[in-house]
Structure formats: C-alpha cells, structure tokens
Design a protein around this ligand. Structure first.
Ligand SMILES: [Zn+2]
Length: 266
C-alpha cells in the first residue's frame, strides 16, 4: 500500500520515460520488485542480468545499439563485484550513470571506493522505492538540463558560423564556451556535411590575454600598426601579436543553420 501511494503521485506522465534501464543483481526477487516499481514510473525498457559478466555484456550490447541505460548495480555479485563491473562500464561510456546498491553502510571503505571510482550514487539495501524514484528523478532532471544547455550552445554556434571561415578560437570565444565543447558540435556538423573544416588557418590573438577578439587601430598616428584587445583593452604593435594555426569552419552555401531546427527542444 505504501508503494501504491508513491506510484500514483508520480504516474502522471508514464509514456514519456524512454530511458532504458539495466539492473545487474543476483536476486531475481529484487530484480522483479525494482522492475515493477520502474514500470509503474513509466519505464518499460528494462533489461536485467544476474551476474557481473552478463551485466557487462548486456551493457556493451546496449551501447552498441546506441542506447545508454541507467544502471542499477548490486555491489556483491556471484562472479565479479561492482569494483570490477563499474570501471568496465565507465570505460565503455564515461558518462554512464551507475547506481550501486549495497547492504554496506555509507562509511565503509568499499562504498567510498565505489563512489571514488565514479558511481553516480549508491543506495543502501534493502532499497527503498522512494530512494529509487528520487535517484531516477534527479537523473531525468539532469538530462533535461543538459539537453537544453546543449541546444543553447548549438544555437549559439549556428549563429556565429558564416559562409566564410571562422576560426575555432573565435567561435569558442564568441559563444563563451571551451574550444573542446565547440569542436564537438562542429565535428558533428562537419560529418553531417553542413560545414567545411580547414585545419591550417592562422588566427591572431591578444598578446596579453590570448583573446582573439582584437581590432586593428585605424587612427594610428605612428607608422606602425596597432591592435587593441576588446577583452582587456591591451594595445600592442602588430608585430607583437600572437599568431597560432588553428582549425576554421564555414557553412556550406546550401545550408542555412539559422533555420529554427531547435524549436522542438523547447
Ligand atoms: Zn587581451
């Protein structure tokens, strides 16, 4: 009855939970009860394994078929323990969310170790359903936030791309994101054939703060050319500007990235 009351309070949007779940747990009874509870929350894509090895294999198969399951991992398994299974899973997908279930107390070294190794969180056994629900809810919220954040970044990048080459440092600085983050999306655009990449473009940056948002001074009284930095206001001679070779991207003429392709995200 306690279980029912928890379920009915959150079962308003049962059909929207598409995240697959993998339960690695040697007790079939526990698997069944977790499954039933997750079903009630709207999760139907649930796989389970009763050994560590089977669990790792299932995880690999799911990742290969382009799904990243939320993993419930029992600490003690008949063949290999969580301290083997967890690193294996995280090696395949460092962004995997693994919830370790254990009868051990919070303060015990094994629990600390498993968190240190990258478990998303741990739930003490016997696992209470509202703890599962909370954990899942936090994960869903994080995923939504990440999705929105990514959509925002992608839109920003779309808006600074041009039919002429724009360098990676410039794109990153204009969007106020790291070059790595910008590059991840730009490579995606490149592989879908929407942008072209050039690997050897020279970019000039401020010699004091490394910003690429610099402008040539037009009203130089002297014969030497000067730049000033829009970030730190540093003024420096052209010959003292820092030069770097970097990647640059341009939109292919037939693609207009500014079409509202992110609308469905909101
Ligand atoms: Zn500067």
């Amino acid at each position: 009855m306690v279980l029912l009351s928890i379920v009915t309070s959150t079962a308003k949007e049962p059909s929207t939970k598409s995240n697959p779940i993998l339960i690695i747990e040697d007790s079939l009874a526990i698997i069944m009860s977790i499954k039933e509870f997750l079903n009630a929350l709207g999760y139907y894509e649930i796989k389970s394994a009763t050994t560590g090895k089977e669990g790792m294999q299932l995880f690999e198969n799911l990742v290969k078929s382009n799904t990243l399951p939320i993993v419930f991992l029992d600490y003690n398994l008949p063949d290999v323990d969580a301290d083997i299974v967890l690193p294996h899973i995280l090696k395949i997908r460092p962004d995997a969310k693994v919830i370790v279930t254990t009868a051990l107390e919070k303060g015990e070294q094994a629990v600390k170790d498993v968190i240190m190794r990258g478990a998303y969180l741990y739930l003490q056994k016997p696992v209470r359903f509202n703890n599962i629900q909370n954990a899942i809810q936090i994960l869903e919220d994080e995923r939504d936030a990440t999705k929105k954040e990514n959509a925002k970044v992608e839109q920003q990048i779309d808006s600074v791309l041009k039919p002429t080459f724009v360098t990676l440092p410039r794109i990153a600085e204009l969007c106020n994101i790291s070059r790595e983050k910008a590059l991840a999306y730009l490579k995606e655009l490149e592989s879908s054939g929407k942008v072209l990449c050039s690997n050897n473009v020279e970019e000039i940056s401020c010699n004091s703060c490394s910003s690429v948002m610099i402008e040539k001074d037009s009203d130089s009284e002297t014969t030497a050319d000067y730049y000033h930095c829009l970030r730190c206001n540093n003024r420096f001679e052209t010959s003292k500007a820092k030069k770097m070779t970097t990647q640059a991207f341009r939109i292919k003429a037939q693609y207009n990235l500014k079409t509202p392709r992110h609308e469905e995200e909101y």
